[in-house]
Ligand binder design. Structure first.
Ligand SMILES: Cc1cc2nc3c(=O)[nH]c(=O)nc-3n(C[C@H](O)[C@H](O)[C@H](O)COP(=O)(O)OP(=O)(O)OC[C@H]3O[C@@H](n4cnc5c(N)ncnc54)[C@H](O)[C@@H]3O)c2cc1C
Length: 464
């Protein structure tokens, strides 16, 4: 058993990773630049906390494996459980999906509640220690530069850098991680794949003035190029609160005030969100978040890499948040780390290489999905392979057919929730559905997919 491990950053990845490491090291030290998290609320160093954070099915399962009892805690704290296909009103590529009781349930919560519960769980692990207001500024190497042996950090209020040594260092410091630079300064080059997306996200939290049934608990208008470039969503979270989000890609969105937010809501292709906020009371002002690019750092492809150093979470790959994959990928990576440590009975030579390859496999499908969809936007620059138009055509057909074919919808939902690989969508049943004449009567007897003229485009939706 090795002695101690340093985890850089105590966000979602840091907490899950610390738990994964805790059975294999005597001491796990989390170095966190932020202050201690003493009550549920957005954290200064994670400004995305104000935005909705959906944890996909795969993510919730992975977290539950790392912290048994996690889902129960969420429910105790008022987090609702929804039926994905029944409780979501979803407009995508001109179709509103027909709702039905499927078998995929989701726990829904705000990001502060998620982090608050993870924080409580990790603090119960006796050999995990936190040092707050401690910012890591560089890695320490052995004289031959073959191994990472610790970090240099600066504590708040101190002018001096402190050296801290460890048997293993794990970087979970998020998308702004400096690991690539620190490695480069020491002769290790890491390739980076970057796709500029210029995503703008704007969210306000609401509560209904008079709680009443409105036929949906969550609402999603997906960006659907070329007809609809605007994103809109309403997500039910704990305590009967709703996070209402609007946004889109490119520099055309200037959102600074609550009035700008309302104007964007009015520009959405259907009026549900406008009607919703009229019936609701705003609990917060608008919070805007910009994501300039998606980025994947190829630690798995490095020809030379130092021993005893691992990169996990957004520090390794940051996805377009519209696909809600980040936390679920982070959780799967932490779980994979735990499995590798179990299999190999600790960290041995070549461990980091093997783990980075496993992590790359976890990232591959969600990255491909996010990149493919990004390239649907003609303004986004990026390598467009000859196969891309076929992929875009196929996925668009899946999105559209899923509106009225429950088998295809369930398959789509499983792939989106990372519980099935993308090959699940290439089943002959899916291909056949493209050529089946649409039945005007749905599986549950409700009228289906009638045409209705919306503000600008034709929207196909449920008749009732
Ligand atoms: C607008 C938006 C919406 C999103 N929506 C979703 C969603 O719906 N579903 C989903 O799954 N994901 C979503 N994500 C992605 C999600 O936020 C990230 O995937 C997740 O937070 C990654 O966790 P992390 O621990 O790697 O990084 P972070 O959560 O960013 O945590 C990094 C931590 O490291 C600390 N740190 C940084 N540098 C140092 C240093 N040098 N020394 C010490 N500490 C340091 C920071 O203070 C911070 O606490 C969204 C992201 C954004 C931006």
């Amino acid at each position: 058993m090795k002695k101690n491990v340093i985890v850089i950053g105590g966000g979602v990845a840091g907490k899950l990773t610390a738990k994964a490491l805790s059975s294999f090291f005597e001491e796990v030290i989390i170095l966190e630049a932020d202050q201690e998290y003493k009550q549920k609320g957005p954290r200064k160093r994670t400004p995305q906390s104000h935005q909705p954070h959906i944890v996909l099915k795969k993510g919730a399962e992975s977290i539950e494996q790392l912290f048994p009892g996690f889902k129960g805690e969420l429910i105790k704290e008022g987090s609702p459980v929804t039926n994905f296909t029944n409780d979501l009103k979803w407009l995508h590529f001109g179709y509103v999906k027909q709702p039905f009781e499927g078998d995929l349930l989701l726990n829904q919560q705000s990001r502060p509640l998620l982090e608050w519960i993870l924080d409580r769980f990790v603090k119960q692990v006796t050999n995990v220690l936190f040092r707050y207001e401690s910012t890591v500024e560089s890695l320490l190497f052995d004289p031959n530069k073959t191994k990472v042996i610790g970090v240099e950090l600066r504590s708040k209020g101190s002018n001096n850098r402190e050296k801290l040594y460890a048997d293993l260092v794990v970087d979970t410091s998020g998308f702004a991680s400096k690991s690539r630079d620190w490695l480069s300064e020491n002769g290790f080059e890491i390739k980076e794949e970057k796709v500029k997306i210029d995503l703008v996200y704007a969210t306000r939290c609401y509560q209904l003035k008079y709680p009443k049934k409105q036929g949906w608990k969550n609402l999603l208008y997906s960006v659907s190029y070329p007809d609809n470039p605007n994103y809109g969503s309403v997500q039910l979270v704990e305590d009967g609160q709703y996070l209402v989000t609007v946004g889109g890609y490119g520099d055309k969105y200037s959102i600074a005030t609550n009035e700008d937010f309302k104007q964007l809501v009015r520009n959405l292709p259907l009026q549900d969100v406008s009607q919703f906020i009229e019936k609701a009371e705003a609990l917060t002002d608008v919070k805007v978040h910009r994501v300039p690019f998606q980025v994947r750092r190829r630690y798995d492809l490095a020809k030379h890499f130092p021993e005893n150093f691992i990169v996990i979470g957004d520090a390794n790959c940051r996805f377009d948040p519209l696909f809600a994959q980040g936390i679920s990928v982070v959780a799967a990576e932490a779980l994979e780390l735990q499995k590798c440590l179990e299999r190999e009975a600790g960290v041995h030579k070549g461990f980091e290489k093997k783990l980075h390859k496993k992590i790359a496999k976890i990232i591959a499908t969600p990255w491909d999905l996010a990149i493919t969809e990004a390239l649907r936007n003609p303004e986004i620059k990026g390598k467009r392979s000859f196969i891309l138009p076929i992929k875009l055509w196929y996925t668009k057909r899946v999105f559209q057919v899923s509106a009225y074919d429950p088998e295809v919808y369930m398959r789509l939902v499983r792939v989106m929730n990372l519980v099935q690989p993308s090959t699940h969508l290439f089943h002959p049943k899916v291909v056949k559905s493209f050529f089946v004449k649409r039945n005007k009567k749905s599986h549950n007897g409700k009228g289906l997919v009638t045409k209705e003229s919306s503000t600008r485009k034709t929207i196909h939706h449920d008749a009732d």
